[in-house]
Structures are given as C-alpha cells and as structure tokens.
Design a protein around this ligand. Structure first.
Ligand code: COA
Length: 160
C-alpha cells in the first residue's frame, strides 16, 4: 500500500493523540502538540497508508542543526517502513533548509527506535542519565553528522 506523507494539521490532532497515547508511557499533552503549529521552527509531518492515519514525526530546525523531537507509528502499521518514510522526509526538508546535523534522544531500552535510527545513519554520541520519567531511564544521544563531523565525534568518544 502506498505511503503518503503530508504536513500535519490541527484537524489531525485526534488521530495524533491516539497514536501518541498508545506509543509512549509518558505521552505529550494535546497542548504540547498545538503549540508546534504556531512556531515555524518546527516541521510536523504525518503518514497515511492508503486512507489510514499511520504515524507522525516532528523536527525542530535550527540551521545548521536539526533535532528529531517526536516520532511514533500506530501499532498495526509498524515494521512497514512508515517511520523510515517520515524520517527521510524530515531529513530531506531539513537539508533543504540548511540543516546538515541531526540529533535526538532515545530511551536506552528502545531497541526498535535505536535500530531505526542506526539504519538511517545515526550513531550514539553519549548518554543523558535519568533523562526520562515514567519510568526513569537514561537517554542515548544519537546524531547523524556530516562526514567530517562524524570523524571528530568518534575521536571525541574514544577514551584518552
Ligand atoms: C520505533 C518506531 C517509530 C519504528 O517505526 P516503524 O514504522 O515500525 O519502523 P520501520 O518500519 O520504518 O523500520 C525501519 C527499521 O527500523 C528497525 N526496526 C523497526 N522496528 C524494529 C523492532 N521492533 N525491532 C528491531 N528493529 C526494528 C529495523 O531495522 C527496520 O528495518 P527492517 O524492517 O527492514 O528490519 C515504532 O516502533 C514506534 O512508533 N515505537 C513507539 C514510539 C517510539 O519509540 N518512537 C521513537 C521515540 S525516540
């Protein structure tokens, strides 16, 4: 089935909240999503599989850097390339806007997301201790950097 990526709209908030609440133990509020629509630094895309709402991604663009701040796929549509399509669209749009380094945080135990990000060129830069609540857990800081930057980052991460 065809994956269709579109800009998110306020009218999609019910579907977005349904997926958010079923995907995270500490979900964002409706107000947190609403706030994004009025601020141009955010890019917010949704994916439909045919006519079915299947997921969303949000990026914050601060050229030359961008951060992936939320990504979720509805459970029945997982493992069908939805997150990959959303991530690729966000990266494309961010690069068009002059962003060439991408950062994100992910729960240390979230192997599905970590594998997804690795597949899309992200590497682990470090950790943030007890970054998440409900339950408390460390975050991995992952980044997708330009060629020269990746070498610098891998040198930095080696013990001296
Ligand atoms: C993480 C998540 C967004 C992945 O979405 P998805 O649409 O299923 O991902 P894709 O189908 O694009 O998967 C791409 C690759 O990611 C990896 N991956 C995805 N799900 C995986 C899983 N459950 N286990 C291991 N690897 C996984 C695989 O490498 C996969 O490629 P493959 O299917 O060819 O093996 C989805 O599981 C989700 O919404 N989880 C809950 C919310 C969440 O954790 N968001 C991320 C917060 S940082």
């Amino acid at each position: 089935m065809e994956l269709i990526i579109k800009k998110a709209s306020v009218q999609m908030l019910d579907q977005i909240m349904r997926v958010e609440n079923s995907s995270f133990s500490d979900p964002w509020s409706r107000g947190a999503f609403l706030h994004l629509f009025s601020n141009p630094i955010y890019r917010f895309y949704v994916c439909h599989v045919g006519t079915a709402f299947s997921g969303y991604i949000i990026g914050m663009l601060l050229p030359p850097e961008a951060e992936v701040i939320n990504l979720a796929v509805d459970i029945p549509f997982r493992r069908a390339g939805v997150a990959s399509a959303l991530l690729e669209r966000l990266i494309f749009e961010a690069e068009e806007s002059g962003c060439h380094s991408f950062y994100l945080e992910v729960r240390r135990s979230n192997m599905a997301a970590i594998e997804l990000y690795k597949k899309h060129g992200f590497m682990t830069l470090g950790t943030r201790k007890k970054y998440y609540r409900c339950p408390v857990e460390d975050a991995l800081i992952m980044a997708r950097l330009k060629e020269g930057q990746s070498q610098a980052a891998s040198h930095e991460s080696k013990p001296s």
